[in-house]
Design a protein around this ligand. Structure first.
Ligand code: 13P
Length: 322
């Protein structure tokens, strides 16, 4: 347990966050389609190598979440990615759920699968060098949803995943994502997020999960993506801090946010505002996928000659270009 707690704290060390590079085969294809690049195993490998060899990455990135294919891949010189990252002081993690599937009897809602055979897969991932895991549950806002049945089914799955991860010596990142899709007002997003987090911590407690060796990855509280009125930066920060203070025990070392379809700039501004307001018992950081990768993906464009550009230094122009 002590080692788990040490790793959990290292992942949210002040000034550092997590890079989510665990896109499943379907999701990475969508990202590559957006830049007109074919999703072959070699292209996926080369793209991830570019991300993982970004100069100075270890100053700001504590850990990287990998996909099952990626944790078995190596750089062009044959050094396994897990070794490469470890050498730079970056912790390897792995996404272990097998996706959100339609919840029988509940149209428009999903439950995340992946518990079958999980104990064996976790042992293998630990062997391959992973020290933390991730499981994402998806909660959708719509007419009459989310239902409590959907929230409870997902919370139970997250808690069983977390308990199994800790048994295998891996820090679980529990990720309930209440989607920003829809035209709802910010208070509906708050309400759905609150119900989701309440159920999650109830089940984590019931399954005897050690919170000090666990991290929460969740959504910020936002206006629906297609809502005519959009809450401002300070409003988003205050609603998000409110829901977290109301539901997340202080024993948890840190909370990392997903970007969830926000622009890079919005995701950054919201997190920065929350840290400015502060006064919370946990570290607040990021575990962005799209908000960290968008400019690099675009700069790379699938061309080996652009590897340098894709892993070069950050400038605000890159945000605008993306
Ligand atoms: P986004 O930041 O692109 O939402 O991805 C984070 C993630 O890991 C989703 O599971």
């Amino acid at each position: 347990m002590e080692e788990l707690e040490r790793s959990a704290r290292a992942l949210v060390a002040p000034g550092k966050g997590i890079l989510a590079a665990d896109e499943s085969s379907g999701t990475i294809k969508k990202r590559f389609d957006s830049i007109g690049v074919e999703s072959t195993e070699e292209n996926r490998r080369a793209y991830r190598e570019m991300l993982f060899t970004t100069r100075g990455m270890e100053e700001f990135i504590s850990g990287v979440i990998l996909f099952d294919e990626t944790i078995r891949q190596s750089n062009a010189d044959g050094v396994p990615f897990t070794k490469l990252l470890d050498g730079a002081g970056v912790i390897s993690g792995i996404k272990v759920d097998t996706g959100a599937k339609p919840l029988a009897g509940f149209p428009g809602e999903t439950v995340t699968e992946g518990l079958d055979g999980l104990r064996d897969r976790l042992a293998e991932h630990h062997e391959l060098g992973a020290r933390f895991t991730k499981w994402r549950a998806v909660i959708t806002i719509g007419e009459g949803i989310p239902t409590q049945t959907c929230i409870d089914a997902n919370a139970e799955g997250l808690a069983r995943f977390a308990a199994l991860s800790q048994e295998a010596g891996l820090v679980p990142i529990v990720e309930p994502e209440t989607l920003m899709d829809g035209d709802h007002t910010i208070d509906r997003h708050y309400d759905a997020t609150r119900r989701t987090l309440e159920a999650l911590f109830d089940r984590l407690f019931a399954h005897r999960v050690d919170l000090a060796g666990t991290l929460l990855k969740t959504n910020m509280v936002l206006s629906g993506k297609s809502a005519p009125e959009q809450a401002g930066v300070e409003e988003v920060a205050r609603w998000t801090l409110r829901v977290l203070r109301e539901t997340v025990p202080a024993a948890l070392p840190g909370i990392v946010f997903l970007s969830g379809g926000q622009t890079d700039e919005a995701a950054t501004a919201h997190l920065s505002e929350m840290n400015r307001i502060g006064d919370v018992p946990w570290e607040l950081s990021f575990s962005y996928g799209r908000a960290l990768q968008a400019p690099a993906l675009k700069a790379w464009g699938g061309k080996p000659g652009n590897l340098e550009a894709g892993s070069g230094s950050y400038t605000p122009d890159m945000e605008r270009a993306a």
